[in-house]
Design a protein around this ligand. Structure first.
Ligand code: SF4
Length: 324
């Protein structure tokens, strides 16, 4: 059976104006997300990876309209998300939820766990009375490995990993289909990261969830993703299924990210590709291919022409002049 596309993003653009002077005139734009396109099929996980400042979190926020897009299209089950009015968007939020990187900052410190997890149930009128609410909160906590006894405690009484579980339980309260996980494990110890990722995978199997999993390094998304998209300075530079990306990366940027992952087998020769310089500013991104000032394989054409994001193999997309 053909898998259905749940989310489709076409030519999505988010520019933030840069203001200066007494009159706060717009003097430029931060091109945080610059015409990116991808899709996520029902029940799959798309990893979205790139260094900090590449626009991956802005992509997530723009899909959910926590930021308004500058242009482009977001379709959820074929429905135009960017064109929804406030009331329709509120309904849509039952379908799409977000989990943030820092569970401590995203959980209200003055609310008990029962209220944090129960709040979305109240907002969307999903329970009729207190008893029903408590039961549902218990179920939700149980699904992320927390106990009913912990319901009346406050966020500061929990460890980082437990707080992220509370964030996941809250996101699940409205029974969403799509979860945008914005660096959900980056702030956690490596040993705890695996636990949270395992919970997310169990929940995906149990509830048929679809994930957009945002992370800044390829080793974190390797385990959980079905497909991976690599972002650099507002653009997706490569996208394909996981095996293909890790075994046959086409883009020099992906190749350099992969070379940074330590390989436990000492017989495998994985020469590290060190990139020169920092990520340039997205206010005035480099001409042509945005990666050209740091690319070890750059050619003359790279600073002149923008490489097209094209399909080179079945479902394997990349944007690089070397491939033409
Ligand atoms: Fe490197 Fe040129 Fe390819 Fe960009 S287009 S990744 S600069 S080779």
């Amino acid at each position: 059976m053909e898998e259905k596309v749940l989310l489709e993003v076409n030519q999505l653009k988010k520019y933030f104006p840069v203001k200066a002077g007494v009159f706060k005139k717009t003097v430029g734009y931060v091109k945080a997300v610059d015409e990116i396109s991808f899709y996520i099929k029902e029940g799959e996980t798309l990893g979205l990876v790139g260094e900090s400042g590449c626009g991956k979190s802005t992509t997530g926020a723009t899909i959910l309209r926590l930021e308004e897009a500058t242009s482009g299209e977001v379709k959820y089950q074929g429905k135009d998300v960017l064109g929804l009015n406030k009331k329709e968007m509120r309904e849509m939020r039952k379908e799409m939820q977000i989990i943030f990187q820092d569970p401590y900052a995203s959980l209200n410190p003055r609310m008990t766990v029962a209220d944090i997890v129960g709040e979305p149930l109240d907002i969307h009128n999903l329970v009729d009375n207190k008893k029903e609410r408590n039961e549902r909160v218990r179920e939700l906590l149980d699904s992320v490995g927390l106990t009913a006894e912990q319901m009346n405690r406050y966020p500061h009484e929990f460890s980082g990993g437990q707080r992220q579980r509370i964030g996941v339980a809250r996101a699940l309260a409205v029974s969403p289909k799509l979860i945008i996980a914005d660096e959900p494990v980056s702030a956690l110890d490596v040993s705890i990261q695996a636990q949270v990722i395992n919970i997310l995978q169990d929940l995906q199997r149990e509830y048929g969830l679809t994930y957009l999993f945002i992370a800044h390094d390829l080793s974190v998304v390797k385990h959980i993703s079905d497909r991976v998209a690599v972002m650099y300075l507002g653009k997706i530079v490569e996208m394909t299924d996981k095996e293909d990306l890790y075994n046959n990366p086409l883009h020099p940027y992906t190749q350099s990210l992969l070379s940074a992952i330590p390989i436990p087998d000492p017989t495998v020769n994985n020469e590290r590709i060190i990139l020169e310089g920092d990520v340039p500013s997205p206010v005035n991104p480099p001409s042509g291919c945005r990666f050209h000032p740091r690319c070890p394989k750059a050619m003359e054409v790279c600073s002149e022409a923008v490489p097209e994001f094209k399909e080179y193999d079945d479902g394997h997309f990349a944007a690089c002049h070397l491939l033409d």
